[in-house]
Write a protein that binds this ligand. Structure first.
Ligand SMILES: Nc1nc2c(ncn2[C@@H]2O[C@H](COP(=O)(O)OP(=O)(O)OP(=O)(O)O)[C@@H](O)[C@H]2O)c(=O)[nH]1
Ligand SMILES: [Mg+2]
Length: 599
């Protein structure tokens, strides 16, 4: 089977359409439906199954779309849809250095609305400036919906009762509102005049095929109108593409699934592939396509092809691919100099390189694109990165993280990756915290919570070792013992009296230490501290009542100058208000004598 059947003899290639969206919102079902509709049209063979992608030629689009698409109005050969399973939006939509997909469909479940990965996908679309439309999917689940299989949205809309259609409208307007919250001006697609400025929302059902004709029409129109020039390629030129996935394949070793967006790739070509270290130079051993009608994600049986032209999804078997990275560039050398092509690949890789610092956290991600997006997000959150790599969390990542001096940086943030089991063990031993998530902002929030916890714990330790301010008064007729130690009843006016703290009395603005707290009792029970408002009896070692201290005296807990400084400058937000008040009065006393005290 040839893979050139989605191209005609012009040099316009098939636009690449990424299908994105939250898990289970119906991306794969939508593509299945398009494939299924082609089968019903009796043209199953015309749909070419690619690795990770489905090519739908113009005449099929036209027969599904019915009167909405007249093939004579178009000269693009069709559409190549890339299904992005689960949470892999970053592979197909890089945030810098050009996006792989030309246009995108963001699938949103009308019942579920916007979800974390919907927002993440939108963020990538925004960064990569990829034009897109929203497929508001599962309209058949609106209660009371009456199904009109495969019909254009207008026809099925008219067949619904007012109650049902206004229910759908509500969901659709909620989606439009969500888009607007994210900075996209959106509307139902038939009201959109300029698809470059406004996002069109197409109601569809991947289950019943309703609205699918509209979706294909809009995609076709969008690419024809705004993308035609970018689709002009040299069909016979050396191939250029992006690695979608690196996979072990029985009998072939490590293979790369790539999407070719320019030129051709042939069986005897030399390739340059972006790798973890230097670019990999290798020879194509086999070009593999799924057998006709094979399932998109279970392509266990391949057939060899001699040549593939853009746009296409293809599995390449070649030696030395161990270090290849998802999201990395792939270029065919053909009759150019190897150095030149290696230079091009290096330049593309440099464009997505992450700046690292001397100290920081370790970041791992599933693809180059997601690594770059992680780096951007961490930069915004002012979190430095010491090491950033594509791949699962491995023991050597733990080693790097464990050497960080700052405990907040003994951490690894993994996006869409696994933690290898020996790394898990190692992390526990080395006290490295590993965070993994499939949504970037959630991952960063988890890390920030962790940092907050560490900071809180650090402050608590400081607080434990610091004298706490307190102002208190000896109550009249409450001397229980004159001295050795003096035991008196006091009322705490502000702050906290703690055991073993030193006690001072101000003589004017001159603090004089009179003794040390050697026991606190509240209603006959020993306690460690007394808070503002408490009446307690305090044993003070040092003074004699009637000499150094008197009933009705105002006393203070002594605050060493260093502690006063830490309290005022670092802990003012942490200590209770009354304690802060006691501190400020204490500082005022001291500073009326020495204005720079505790500064
Ligand atoms: N009723 C109804 N169910 C749908 C529709 N589209 C998808 N589903 C169901 O929703 C579930 C998820 O659909 P998928 O197509 O696997 O979703 P996905 O977005 O590809 O999910 P991931 O690949 O895991 O991210 C399946 O059970 C589908 O049958 C629809 O239009 N109507
Ligand atoms: Mg899927």
């Amino acid at each position: 089977m040839s893979n050139t059947d989605t191209r005609d003899h012009t040099s316009l290639r098939t636009p690449i359409v990424a299908v994105l969206g939250h898990v289970d919102h119906g991306k794969t079902s939508l593509l299945d439906k398009i494939r299924g509709s082609a089968v019903i049209e009796g043209e199953a063979g015309a749909i070419t199954q690619h690795i990770g992608a489905t090519a739908v030629p113009l005449d099929i689009i036209s027969s599904i779309a019915g009167e909405l698409v007249d093939p004579d109005d178009f000269d693009l050969p069709g559409l190549l849809f890339i299904d992005t399973p689960g949470h892999h939006s970053f592979t197909t939509l890089r945030s810098r250095g050009g996006a792989l997909a030309d246009i995108a469909i963001l699938v949103v479940d009308v019942n579920d609305g916007f979800q974390p990965q919907t927002l993440e996908a939108l963020d990538i679309l925004k960064r990569s400036q990829t034009p897109f439309i929203v497929a508001a999917n599962k309209i058949d689940t609106v209660p009371g919906w009456s199904v009109n299989e495969d019909s254009p949205i207008n026809d099925t809309y008219e067949a619904q009762t007012d109650r049902v259609s206004s229910r759908l409208d509500e969901s659709l307007y909620e989606i439009i509102g969500n888009l607007s919250d994210e900075g996209f001006s959106a509307d139902l697609y038939w009201r959109v005049q300029n698809f470059q400025r406004n996002v069109g929302v197409v109601p569809v059902s991947a289950m019943t095929g309703e609205g699918v004709p509209d979706l294909l029409t809009v995609m076709m129109g969008l690419s024809q109108r705004y993308m035609k020039e970018e689709m002009e390629i040299d069909v016979a030129g050396p191939g250029v593409g992006t690695v979608l996935e690196v996979k072990e394949e029985k009998g072939f070793g490590k293979t790369v699934d790539i999407v070719l967006y320019d030129g051709t790739i042939r069986e005897d070509d030399t390739l340059v592939v972006g790798g973890q270290n230097d670019p990999i130079v290798t020879e194509v051993r086999a070009l593999l396509q799924p057998r006709p009608l094979a399932e998109i994600r279970t392509e266990s049986r391949f057939e060899n092809v001699d040549e593939v032209g853009a746009a296409a999804g293809i599995k390449v078997a070649a030696p030395e691919l161990e270090d290849a990275m998802a999201g990395a560039p792939v270029r065919v050398v053909r009759d150019r100099s190897l150095d030149e092509v290696v230079g091009e690949v290096e330049a593309e890789l440099a464009d997505i390189a992450v700046d690292t610092a001397e100290e920081g956290v370790v970041v791992k991600a599933d693809t180059l694109g997601s690594l770059e997006a992680m780096a951007d997000a961490l930069d915004e959150a002012e979190v430095p990165i010491v090491r950033a790599e594509v791949g699962d969390v491995a023991p050597r990542d733990i080693s790097v993280a464990s050497t960080a001096e700052d405990p907040k940086q003994q951490a690894i943030l993994g996006f869409n990756v696994d933690v290898l089991s020996d790394a898990k063990q190692r992390a526990e031993i080395e006290d490295v915290t590993v965070f993994t998530d499939q949504v970037i902002y959630q991952l960063i929030e988890e890390y920030e919570d962790h940092v907050e916890g560490i900071e809180k714990a650090q402050q608590d330790t400081i607080l434990e070792n610091i004298s706490r301010p307190a102002r208190f008064r000896i109550l009249p007729d409450h001397t229980f013992r004159q001295n050795d130690p003096a035991v008196v009843g006091v009322e705490v006016n502000a702050g906290t009296i703690q055991n073993n703290a030193n006690v001072v009395k101000f003589d004017g603005n001159e603090p004089n230490r009179v003794g040390q707290v050697k026991g606190i009792q509240e209603q006959g029970e020993d306690v460690d501290e007394a808070r503002a408002g408490n009446r307690v009896s305090v044993a003070i070692d040092g003074p004699t009542v009637g000499r150094q201290i008197e009933e009705d005296d105002e006393l203070w807990i002594e605050i060493p100058e260093k502690h006063a400084k830490i309290l005022e400058q670092e802990l003012a937000d942490e200590i209770p208000g009354d304690e802060l008040e006691a501190l400020n009065m204490y500082l005022d006393n001291q500073r009326s004598r020495d204005p720079f005290w505790g500064k």
